[in-house]
Design a binder for this molecule. Sequence first.
Ligand code: NAD
Length: 407
Amino acid sequence: IQTPDNPTIPYIEGDGIGPEIWTAAKQVMDAAVRKAYNGKRHIEWKEVLAGEKAFNQTGTWLPNDTLKAFQTYRIGIKGPLTTPIGGGIRSLNVALRQTLDLFVCLRPVRWFKGVPAPVKHPENVKMVIFRENTEDIYAGIEFELGKPETDIFRHFLTDEMGISKVRFPESSAFGVKPISKDGSERLVRSAIHYAITNHLPSVTLVHKGNIMKYTEGAFKNWGYQIAANEFGDAVFCWPTYLEIKKRDGKRAADEAFENAKTQGKIIIKDVITDAFLQESLLHPEDHSVIATMNLNGDYISDQLAACVGGIGIAPGANINYDSGHAIFEATHGTAPDIAGTGKANPSSLLLSGVMMLDYLGWTEAGKLIENALEALMAEGKMTADLYSQTEHATLLTTPAYADAMLA
Ligand code: NAD
C-alpha cells in the first residue's frame, strides 16, 4: 500500500462505550503519528455513521454513504455497534464484512507483561489468527422447525439422497455449511503470505475434517495444495514429511524437517480443532499463524484472547487482501453495562489502530503505542476491567488512561 502523508480515514465512533474509547484511541494515535514523523504526517479523520447514531440521525442503521466511504478510502476503523433487533439486519458487522467482501478476520494475540491472565505462561501465547469471514454457517442458511421449506429439505435428504429417516425425525431443524475452494484458498494464501512477510515459523490449518470431510476436510486439502503449488520452496508441508517417512523412514523425514526449519521454510501443518483447543493451552509455543474457517475461528479467537487478558485488550481487523479494503475494529461489544462510567478499556480499539498503522506502513507510530502500553501495564496502571483482577495496581478512568499513555 502506498500511503500519502495525510490519508483520509473514515471512522465509526460506535455505540455504548464507543465514543469514550474512540476519543481516547484517536488522541493517542494522533500523538504517536505526530511524534514518529515529526509532524510531517497526520491522519485526516472522516466520521461516518452506523448503529444507533446513524439510526437517530438518518433513520437507517447502516447508511449507504458509510459503505461508500469505506469503499472509496479503502481503510477504516470502527468502535463496537449495537446489533439492531428486528429490521431485517442480522448484524451490522456481518453486513459490512459481506458488502466489502472482507474475507479475512485477522486477530493477533499477544500478552502484555503485567496483564492478569489465567494461563501459567501467557508470554508463550503469540499467535495470529486468520479466520475466514464470509462462509461457513455464518452464511445464515437455516431451516426452522415447522416451516414448509424445512419439510421439503427433510424429504430431499431422505427421499432423494436416501439418508435414513431415523436420523431426521419430523422435529428436525437444519443449517447449511458452505465452504468453497476459492474461499479457502484465498484465506490460506493470505495466511502464508503473512507468515512469510513477518518471518513467522509456521501456519497451522485448524479443521474438523475427520468428521466434516467435504467441507472442513476439503479446506485442509485445498490449503496444502495452495501451499505446495503457489509457495514451492518457501514452505515445507507436513504431508511431505509423511511421504518421506513412508518411503525412506522416520530418520530421513526428521532430517528433511530439520533442514527445512534451518533454511527458514515456513512449516505448513494441520490440527483437528478439538486437539488444537487443548494444544493451544498446553503448548501455545508450537503454533504461530492459524488459518481456519469461520466458526472454528470464532471459538479460537475468544479462547486465545482470554489467555492473554480478555476482550478489553484484544484487537482485530477485517481485510480483503486482494482489493486492499480493510476495517480495523475493537473485538468486544458496546458494553452497555459500563457505558458513560469511565470504566472502559480503550486498548482493544487502540491496538486495532496499531494494526491499522502497520497496514499503512507506519510501523514506527504503531511501535510507540505498543511501547506506551507495555510501560503502562508494567507499572500496573489499568482501567477497571484489569484493575479488579490485579494486586497493587492503580485504577485509571478511560481519559486518565489516555493521558498516561500520552505521557
Ligand atoms: P460486550 O463485549 O459488549 O460486553 C461483555 C462484557 O465485557 C461486559 O461486562 C462489558 O462491560 C465488558 N467489556 C467489553 N468491552 C470492554 C472494554 N473495552 N473495557 C472494559 N470492559 C469491557 O458483549 P455483549 O454485552 O454481549 O454485547 C453488547 C452489544 O454489543 C450487543 O448489542 C452486541 O450485539 C454488540 N456487539 C457488537 C460487537 C461489534 O460491534 N464488533 C461485538 C460483540 C457484540
